[in-house]
Write a protein that binds this ligand. Structure first.
Ligand SMILES: Nc1ncnc2c1ncn2[C@@H]1O[C@H](COP(=O)(O)OP(=O)(O)OP(=O)(O)O)[C@@H](O)[C@H]1O
Ligand SMILES: [Mg+2]
Length: 281
């Protein structure tokens, strides 16, 4: 059971994130093209699309790690030109944690870097560890925690910087199905408590339906763009058996399936997979 400590955290006010005609190239390879998205302050947006279409590339550009070649990205109205404390990134792997630091020191790292006093660092670290239900683990090292707990530490470390936007790239991809489900529920709760804007990349349609205010589906690459955006008008916590959820899942499967088939065709893999299926019969 997660021990959640109620804290008097200041509501981190989410910042709006805007992509306007974004294009990103790697040498002559156009990864994404003409991406326009207006993400409202405090919104939870999920990004779905076939493997290799450019989701991580777009998210890395939003984090300021990758330079945009066409168009622009802005947070809270300011152009993104590089890493910015307003933009927090949660990586797929919890290896991003510092193994030689305790959990509390990991979470206090951001406040320490920006010159917060020792007392303030500890206060912030303990508050955010409380939010993710891990205050009792503050003196342990990351290697002594489970995968799900390490991902919660990573989330606390990002939130301790009090960013307006949290960017998450398949953060639960490496977790087992049950831990993943717990983490999805936790993410929903933490997002509501923190008030930040979230952009969440996933392969998992059900995960997107569970979490998102809106779901953006990308086309197959190269030169991937946004194919469609679906609002998720379902009450929270979400019921996956709600008829509207069932219908949305069907639409998303169809929409993404079309793009996955296109990607496989472009890679010359659809013939191979059809041949394999026929061989199986
Ligand atoms: N640094 C790089 N240099 C050259 N090409 C790159 C680089 N990073 C990504 N790419 C290419 O850009 C495209 C998009 O990659 P990206 O990792 O963004 O896809 P993705 O949608 O996140 O895929 P997945 O779902 O498998 O994680 C791919 O064709 C990839 O090979
Ligand atoms: Mg990726």
């Amino acid at each position: 059971m997660t021990e959640v400590v109620e804290t008097a955290l200041p509501k981190v006010r989410g910042a709006a994130l805007c992509a306007d005609g974004v294009g990103i190239r790697f040498d002559s390879f156009q990864a994404v093209q003409n991406i326009s998205l207006d993400i409202a302050a405090g919104e939870f947006l999920c990004l779905l699309g076939p493997s290799g279409c450019g989701k991580s590339t777009l998210l890395s550009a939003m984090a300021g790690f990758v330079t945009v070649d066409e168009g622009s990205l802005s947070v809270g109205g300011d152009r993104i030109t590089g890493p910015d404390p307003e933009l927090g990134m949660v990586f797929q792997s919890s290896e991003a944690l510092f193994d030689w630091m305790t959990v509390r020191q990991n979470v206090a790292f951001g406040p320490r870097m920006r010159g917060a006093s020792r007392a303030e660092q500890t206060k912030l670290a303990d508050e955010y560890l409380g939010l993710v239900g891990l205050r009792h683990c503050a003196d342990r090292f990351p290697g002594q925690l489970s995968g799900g707990m390490r991902q919660r530490v990573q989330i606390a470390r990002v939130l301790a910087n009090e960013p307006g936007v949290v960017l998450m790239d398949e953060p639960f991809g490496a977790l087992d199905a049950q831990t993943r489900q717990v983490m999805q529920e936790e993410t929903d709760r933490i997002w509501r408590a923190s008030g930040c804007t979230v952009v969440f990349v996933t392969h998992d349609i059900d995960e997107a339906i569970l979490l998102a205010d809106r779901i953006a589906v990308m086309t197959a690459g190269p030169a991937a763009s946004v194919k469609s955006v679906y609002p998720v008008d379902l009450p929270r916590p979400r019921d996956e058996d709600d008829p509207s959820a069932v219908e949305l899942r069907r639409q998303l499967r169809e929409d993404i399936g079309e793009e996955v088939r296109k990607a496989l065709r472009d890679q010359g893999l659809d013939d191979a997979s059809r041949d394999a299926e026929e061989d199986d019969r």
